[in-house]
Design a protein around this ligand. Sequence first.
Ligand SMILES: [Zn+2]
Length: 306
Amino acid sequence: MLVCPSCKRLLKVRYGARRAPACFHDCLRRCDACRVGYSNALEDPAIIWEDPCQNLPEEMRSGALDAVALAANVHNRNSKRFRFGFSTSEDAVTWVIFGWLGRQGQDFLADNLARNLGLVPGTKPKVLLWGAPLGNDLTARPLSQGLQKVSTRLGERPSFRSEPDIILDFGDAGLAVIEVKVNSGNISKTKRRKFGRYVRSEAFADPKGTIDGGGYQLARNWRIGWKLAAGRPFRLVNLSKTRECQRQKFEDCLAQTPSARFQHLRWQDFFRIAKNPNQWPEWMIAWLDHPHRLKKETENAQTPHS
Ligand SMILES: [Zn+2]
């Protein structure tokens, strides 16, 4: 029997369909007083907060739902907002880390990360989160408009636009698209017809192989970033815990050049390269230190006690 994560009261299982919750009231185990419950999975259920902000560290609550409300995929916004309240939410991890970095002035992104990606360091990037300017930065608006144009040219409908997790535009130094993964994989069974518009392009050496491989999100982001970079250096970065074995197959299907490359970045390396001069705040490490988030990966981010 599960207890409420907040008041520790025992939670009786309610009658109802044991399906993936589409709203808080679909949770068969929930505490209405604390407005928190569990997903209906029998093993290792996600904790679900009715107010998604309760899933975040206090320091990153302001601005969070505004960012979700600006996400490029309009059709998906409500569901994105609901899932933001899950302890397993990748979007919440993306927001807490990159939202915080954005507030630090992006020096880390300009230097350490650019260098690590083989881009000329030094230029502070314009940053898009889910296709919208991070922190409502007006100077990033031309970039989000550029992304919309690419989306329209690819035949995406206005309410169903692709929203790469993070886009960093370093100007002449290049452009990076980051696909953030926490616990899910990159390879999924996606309907083949959805692929077509993205892979019929000079950006792919083997369009059919790409479709067969099933890396739909990555393929989409590769095409969009390629187009948005418009000949400048381009990196598609897959930020995740481990290297998936099928990823090599995906990589082989791309028309990589010395200038346009696919790159895997492990979370633990991400935290390490970002460690100096910026220290990660303790509240963030404490929040990430959860089995549904980046418990093991943050070891390098912790400040050693002297
Ligand atoms: Zn409770």
